[in-house]
Ligand binder design. Structure first.
Ligand code: FMN
Length: 204
């Protein structure tokens, strides 16, 4: 008997959830631009006319911004890119980080930061969120908590998209905040919350 569309969708989601794993070892193959676009769109694209996105956001504030360190992506020159959620385009904003710079921010020698074909930086306009939710909790902790939660929701969607593409990824949050801030040079008032390494899984 043919499965209903709902059963089929549910089966597909189940498969992706089972397949999602943190993968830390990558080979040299470049990512296709299509895969990259789908992974970023899963994390943070605008999916309705009123501006709402794939990931939920308290007060629909959307304080997250995605940036991408591109090393090996077909059709994109290596560099530092900003992701535009409305057009779903990557805008080249700078040079790629020099070799070893990302690794030097790691608290645990996470070499996959250097080996990944691309690293998505989940950044947040933290002070904007802290200000927005100060009425709920004046010390700012609530806004900060909401941002962390939203970054997790965004990252999980990218993990599932990576599983759908047959690629490998791992989220890295063990980094020195000051060093990473300095290395990335994100726009003013934007801080990095998480690094999401993506590549073709290495046969081991
Ligand atoms: C908040 C958070 C921070 C993490 N930080 C790191 C990290 O700094 N380096 C790393 O290699 N993995 C990191 N991970 C990945 C976890 O180690 C991984 O999710 C865990 O081992 C479970 O494996 P799985 O993702 O394959 O299910 C982090 C995961 C989370 C949720």
């Amino acid at each position: 008997m043919r499965k209903s569309a709902v059963d089929q969708a549910s089966d597909n989601l189940k498969m992706l959830l089972r397949r999602r794993r943190s993968i830390r070892f990558y080979d040299e193959l470049p990512l296709s631009l299509c895969s990259v676009e789908r992974i970023l769109a899963a994390g943070q694209s605008i999916t309705s006319d009123d501006g709402k996105r794939t990931a939920p956001s308290a007060h629909a504030l959307y304080p997250l911004d995605l940036f991408v360190i591109v090393r090996r992506v077909q059709g994109l020159e290596p560099g530092f890119y900003a992701y535009a959620p409305a057009s779903q385009q990557l805008l080249l904003t700078g040079k790629p980080l020099a070799d070893g710079v990302l690794l030097s921010t790691s608290l645990a020698n996470d070499e996959w930061l250097e080996d990944a074909a691309m690293v998505v930086v989940v950044g947040a306009r933290l002070n904007e969120a802290i200000g927005q939710f100060a009425e709920q909790q004046p010390d700012g902790m609530r806004g900060a908590r909401y941002v962390q939660f939203e970054a997790g929701a965004c990252t999980q969607k990218m993990y599932l998209a990576v599983a759908a593409e047959g690629l490998g990824a791992v989220v890295v949050m063990g980094f020195d905040d000051d060093r990473l801030n300095e290395a990335l040079g994100l726009p003013r008032h934007t801080v990095p919350i998480a690094l999401f390494c993506v590549g073709h899984p290495k046969e081991r």
